[in-house]
Design a protein around this ligand. Structure first.
Ligand SMILES: [Zn+2]
Length: 510
């Protein structure tokens, strides 16, 4: 099976999918001066590492084209493409925080390249380096040898010390536009002879939040379908992404509905939504609402929401704060849940001021209400610590036996299971991580569940129920792969899932 991501990785500057980056890089190298330190910043999956490799080829190609592009045929180009060039060093700062690599780099950098003209150091996720490694890197950047070029890549340039960024020529890889994503998908579809509706491509482009890599992976998944790919089919695959906008929460906030507000956030989490993106969208919605209220803009659907300027201000404050707290949250959705509680309870208090007569009554009410209103949150917290008699470890140890036991009963269920992973045992529930909503739906169907639970009972000698949650590493979710995405195991896991998906598409679970 081909891997679209590798197959359609750009190999020359003109093939770079991102117009802005393409133009910037081309400008730099057409000037004839070779910079010694470049900083490529931007979201994951946008093509930073691909661009870095192209730069390595551009400076080392033995027979560049007259446009100054690498030939992709000479020894240098070929060895850089297949990763065997000894003078091109790729360091993944996310995997071991780079201490040994940078120490090694410091020692060896003075040595001339073995065969290439330039030694090129590509440091991916450079913001993950330890302070020690940063200091070592800085020393090298202060006086780089003539034969060395550094290309630092990062999804979080704001985490880099100013001493580093100031020494680099920075190119900001902005999120790809939907148009750019569609262009790339069209190119691949044509090449692979995939029949797909135009609206279906647009739907994918909308869902991937500017990531070429995610878009490519989704198209690869879809390419297993035997018929023309329709927009509905795409919608099914992307099920967890659609309907996850913040509009519903906004309505609940207007109603000061704490319980349903928290439930809505849980639904987003369960469906594999990205809370950071979700919060950004909510803030944007509030901002537009406030501007509409002020008469700055004219957006009718938002105007229908009955919030005062004061309300908008307060909501923006509360949710902007929650947005900042998301990164370090122990329970991912907790900051948003707290924001909902804060807003709704606060609103409750404000309303109480209006009626002096009911003050005493309200006093009691207030004491009771916040407590009863946050109960779903409290119950959520309490389940976190509970456990069951079967450990996750013993589940994992005998998991192959479960697969083996399921197979003769139903091949498709086994294929589905191979695309999942036991995540947790909680209150006699085995939580399975799945990566697509339609996998989840199928596995949780009465029939699948029965087969699975029977087999689990046979294997472990104890009844245990299953529940599925949408996992983090599915390619369809933009934030999902995070920094670790570059790690080999994540890649391998994705390959496995894609392989399993292939089987699932070819057999239906009936
Ligand atoms: Zn070449």
């Amino acid at each position: 099976m081909s891997d679209f991501t590798a197959k359609y990785r750009p190999q020359t500057n003109s093939e770079l999918d991102l117009t802005f980056a393409r133009e910037q890089i081309s400008k730099i190298f057409s000037s004839g001066k070779v910079p010694h330190a470049l900083l490529f910043s931007g979201p994951r999956g946008i093509g930073k590492t691909s661009a870095a490799r192209i730069v390595a080829k551009t400076v080392n190609c033995l027979e560049p084209t007259k446009e100054g592009e690498p030939c992709n045929k000479c020894d240098q180009c070929v060895s850089i493409t297949n990763g065997s060039n000894l003078d091109i060093l790729e360091i993944d700062a996310a995997s071991n925080r780079g201490i040994d690599d940078i120490r090694d780099l410091k020692e060896k950098i003075k040595l001339a390249p073995t065969r290439a003209k330039y030694k090129v150091y590509i440091i991916d996720e450079v913001h993950m380096l330890t302070t020690e490694a940063f200091n070592a890197l800085l020393k090298t950047l202060e006086e780089p040898p003539e034969h060395a070029i550094f290309i630092l890549c990062t999804t979080a340039p704001e985490k880099l010390p100013e001493t580093i960024t100031s020494r680099c020529l920075q190119i900001n890889f902005k999120r790809a536009s939907e148009k750019e994503i569609i262009e790339k998908l069209e190119k691949i579809s044509k090449e692979e002879k995939i029949e797909i509706e135009k609206e279906a491509l647009a739907k994918i482009a909308k869902a991937v939040n500017g990531s070429f890599r995610d878009a490519t992976k989704i198209l690869e998944q879809l390419s297993f379908a035997k018929e023309k790919i329709t927009v509905d089919f795409v919608a099914e695959i992307l099920g967890q992404i659609t309907g996850l906008g913040p509009e519903k929460l906004l309505v609940l906030l207007v109603d000061k509905d704490t319980v349903d507000g928290i439930k809505e956030i849980d639904r987003i989490v369960e469906s594999g939504g990205n809370l950071r993106v979700y919060t950004e969208q909510l803030l944007e919605l509030l901002r537009l609402g406030m501007l509409a209220k002020l008469g700055v803009t004219d957006i009718t659907e938002i105007q229908q929401i009955t919030l005062s300027i004061e309300d908008y201000k307060r909501l923006i404050e509360i949710f902007a704060k929650a947005g900042l707290e998301l990164k370090d949250a122990v329970i991912p959705q907790l900051p948003l849940e707290m924001a909902v509680v804060e807003w709704c309870v606060e609103g409750q208090e404000k309303r109480d001021v209006g009626s002096k007569k009911r003050e005493e009554e309200d006093e009691n009410q207030k004491k009771k209400e916040p407590e009863s209103r946050i109960s779903p949150l409290a119950s959520h917290l309490s389940t976190v610590s509970s456990s069951s008699s079967i450990s996750l470890e013993s589940i994992q140890n005998k998991w192959p036996e479960v697969l083996k036991g399921v197979k003769p009963k139903n091949h498709s269920v086994e294929a589905l299971l191979r695309a999942t992973r036991p995540l947790e045992v909680k209150n006699n529930f085995l939580i399975l991580e799945v990566f697509y909503k339609f996998h989840k739906d199928k596995l949780e169907s009465e029939k699948c569940r029965q087969i699975l639970e029977d087999t689990i009972n046979e294997v472990y000698g104890e009844p245990i129920q299953i529940r599925c949650v949408l996992g983090e590493r599915k390619p369809a979710n933009t934030e999902s792969l995070k920094e670790t995405e570059t790690l080999k195991d994540a890649e391998t896991q994705n390959d496995d899932i894609i392989k399993s998906a292939e089987e699932i598409f070819s057999v239906s679970v009936e």
